[in-house]
Design a binder for this molecule. Structure first.
Ligand code: APR
Length: 257
């Protein structure tokens, strides 16, 4: 009798686990579709299919950035000249700002960026499933599904840059332009003159900020810029950005800084 009870218990556990896992997968797909459908004029089913083919049936640490090429091609960016906002180590403040000021867009405000923002996913070789828990962490391996996606979409966003480009950097740290960041290692390298005319750095300053526009790492930024691209740096108190961000009526030009 005890053996039967144990077997029964195991069967029930397996069913519960199976249902929970498939519910998580459905949740992931629903969230993807729901977020995608907020953007008009795109075929979200086609985008989902292109997304999945990048990582399904692949080792969780062996997803090259190129695997996302078809996905990028399926969901091109809308025209964004003079309105593109890059960032590094300013995740919250930049998104509070672009969320309120419709004129500036980060990659997380575009279709692919917003659909996959804050999500976790991976595949497994020999399986056609999408897993949404237990995936490698950012630092665990370089070619994990999530990190490769952000590297790929950021390269595309950098490639797409045109006109006056803005980047929000963190004035509260020693190295606002960190060589290992996606902004430094992927995006800046894609800025090409004359398509990109000028780079505006908004250095976000807090009360105890240690950094200003003369920071050494910013010199590296200017030195690495494609010849011909202009450069300006603004030290902007975070409180000022909050005000601008919270007032959608304020105009959308350099004066916002
Ligand atoms: N561990 C976990 N997550 C990380 C790590 C890490 N070591 N490094 C980066 N990330 C993820 C986090 O989600 C983090 O918020 O990448 C995000 C951005 O990292 P930052 O170092 O703040 O900035 P950066 O690497 O420059 O990436 C931001 O890339 O997403 C594009 O266009 C966007 O310009 C922006 C840039």
């Amino acid at each position: 009798l005890a053996v039967i009870a144990v077997i029964l218990l195991l069967v029930i556990l397996a069913i519960v686990l199976g249902v929970t896992l498939s519910k998580r997968r459905d949740d992931f797909n629903s969230k993807f579709m729901e977020r995608c459908q907020k953007f008009k004029g795109y075929n979200c089913q086609k985008i989902w299919d292109a997304f999945q083919q990048a990582y399904v049936n692949r080792d969780r640490c062996d997803v090259p950035t190129e695997a996302y090429d078809p996905l990028i091609a399926t969901a091109p960016f809308e025209s964004l000249c003079n309105r593109m906002m890059f960032w590094s180590k300013t995740k919250n403040v930049v998104h509070d700002f672009t969320g309120a000021k419709d004129c500036f867009k980060t990659v997380e405000d575009t279709l692919l960026g917003s659909v996959l923002n804050e999500l976790e996913w991976c595949g497994k070789s020999g399986s056609n499933e999408t897993f949404t828990t237990g995936c490698p962490k950012w630092e665990e391996c370089e070619k994990n599904a999530v990190r490769s996606f952000w590297n790929r979409v950021s390269a595309a966003f950098g490639d797409f840059a045109c006109g006056n480009v803005t980047v929000m950097l963190n004035g509260s740290i020693d190295t606002p332009f960190s060589p290992t960041s996606i902004f430094a290692s992927v995006e800046v390298k894609k800025f090409k003159y004359p398509k990109v005319k000028n780079l505006n750095v908004v250095l976000v300053i807090q009360k105890n900020s240690v950094t200003n526009c003369t920071n050494e790492s910013l010199k590296n930024l200017t030195m690495g810029l494609d010849k011909g691209i202009g450069y300006r740096c603004f030290e902007v108190p975070e409180s000022h950005l909050m005000e601008c961000g919270s007032d959608p009526e304020k105009p959308c030009d350099v004066n916002i800084y």
